[in-house]
Design a protein around this ligand. Sequence first.
Ligand code: FES
Length: 162
Amino acid sequence: MPEPTDDLVPAACRGCKSGVDRRTFLSTATLVAVAAVLDGCTGSTAPSGLFGGSYGGPFTVTLASFGVLATVGGVARVDNGSGAPTALYRSGASSFVALAMICTHQGYYPIDITSSGFFCPLHGSTYNRTGAPTGGFSVSNLQSFSTAYNASAGTVTINRPS
Ligand code: FES
């Protein structure tokens, strides 16, 4: 293949015209792009905080401490930084759903609370408020914990494992 002349080579490439031909450049760029995608899917770029510790055990939430839980449909993170990140969703006047805010794709945590449920910023999986996957890579529900509502005390005990 003949060397390109300066009038056919963009100014930014002059001086490198004998280094890399178009085919080599494209194949290298493709390998770099594939490597970046695989890297993102293996979790090697995940934040250092991938969940690996204990769940922290059961705990009791005082509803008055989380204003959004006064209304049916409200969701709040309620663990106060202790143990596994845990969300509480008020699914009815006296019913609640407690969920681990740990993505079931590759374990990223804490996932974000959104207006429609949850979003994992690592690869974009989404879940509804009851923890069912609604998009992205994840195919399984967020882990749920049983709850016990005490209406007179205004509390919900979340039976999170140790
Ligand atoms: S860890 Fe991959 S989408 Fe959450």
